[in-house]
Design a protein around this ligand. Structure first.
Ligand code: CP
Length: 346
């Protein structure tokens, strides 16, 4: 299998075997983190990173990943690059991307809800870069998908139910387990990228899925359709419920996260204040110990940053069955493996 030069915009666009190649290498890299086997994989190579939005984990884990592979990750502010936009004159994506492809070995882009005027514009932008680039384009979280987060999530869950970190990954341990993906109230009006990626990747690896949210918080119909198809292929169940408690029963993994409503864009403007005011009307939508007691001794997962006191209580987020830091650590390992396979001399 040759993944060299391949874009990574959504896990659904990769074969399971390709995702497994990244996960298997990530597990090896995690086990033997500073081995000389990896320290020259990106030697003399640069990974460009465009951040339209802020980040803790993504920026730092990609920078550490490039360092540990012997390369360099370069932080770029798109706003300072004189690029043409709908509202301003400037250089076209076609020209800028073809030039950047002559310098770097890969390009990562993050563009989230408040930097676009309608859902899907971020995905369109990444695909324009992918059209003109001769180097891989990696989503570092955009309005639709967060594929690196999806890989880190599934790796963390498989480690927990398997032999633990430091061992060969057995993804079979997730087959037949139930993921509860539940909406949490909150003050952050978050995009759909992490939760949509979570639904897609969990259903690719044979998990039953319950999606829980208040009426009016539907996700992208295409993602729901893919999730149903993935579950159908495994003979697993996919259901949507609209109350804050019923999905917990029988869950093995609970993922509680706020997401914006489909009404978040009006006339090309992101309605952050309205979204926050609306979401705060649902205080019962919080993951707490009482609800976790309804599960099959579930783990708690979240891509972070966590909105403590809204999406989840401190007792659950910092409790003994929380995998939030394990998953955050895995961002480093999966991204090292991804860079090695798509850009490296492995
Ligand atoms: N989970 C995640 O992408 O975190 P950051 O926004 O801090 O990068």
């Amino acid at each position: 299998m040759d993944l060299y030069g391949k874009d990574f915009l959504c896990t659904q666009e990769w074969e399971v075997e390709e995702l497994m190649a990244v996960l298997d290498l990530a597990a090896k890299m995690k086990r033997d983190r500073f081995s000389p086997r990896w320290s020259r994989v990106l030697e003399n190579k640069t990974f460009f990173m465009f951040f339209y939005n802020p980040s803790v984990r993504t920026r730092q884990s990609f920078e550490c990943a490039a360092t540990e592979l012997g390369g360099h990750a370069q932080f770029l502010e798109p706003g300072a690059m004189r690029l043409k936009t709908e509202k301003t004159a400037g250089e076209t994506i076609e020209d800028a991307t073809q030039v950047m492809s002559r310098y770097a070995s890969g390009l990562g882009i993050r563009i989230l809800e408040d930097k676009i005027g309608a859902y899907g514009e971020g995905d369109d932008l990444l695909r324009q870069y992918a059209r003109w680039a001769s180097i891989p384009i990696i989503s570092m979280a955009h309005d639709k998908y967060h594929p690196c987060q999806g890989l880190a999530d599934i790796m963390g869950w498989a480690e927990w139910f398997g032999q633990g970190p430091g061992h060969t990954l057995d993804m079979g341990v997730l087959e037949g387990k139930k993921l509860l993906m539940t909406w949490g109230h909150g003050a952050l009006a978050r995009s759909w990228c992490s939760v949509q990626e979570g639904l897609l990747i969990a259903s690719r690896f044979g998990m039953h899925i319950t999606l829980a949210c208040p009426e009016g918080y539907d996700l992208d119909p295409q993602v729901i359709e893919w999730t149903k198809t993935n579950c159908g292929a495994h003979g697993t169940e996919f259901q949507i419920v609209h109350d804050p408690c019923s999905g917990y029963e029988g869950a093995h993994v609970v993922y509680s996260r706020h997401w914006m409503s489909p009404r978040a864009y009006v006339d090309g403007e992101f309605q952050k204040q309205k979204e926050v005011e609306m979401a705060l009307k649902y205080p019962q939508w919080i993951c707490d110990e009482e609800k976790m007691a309804l599960t099959t001794d579930a783990i708690f997962t979240h891509p972070m940053p966590v909105d403590r006191g809204h999406e989840v209580t401190d007792a659950v987020a910092s409790g003994p069955r929380s995998v939030i830091y394990n998953v955050a650590e895995n961002r480093l390992h999966v991204q090292k493996a991804l860079m090695a396979l798509t850009m490296g001399n492995l």
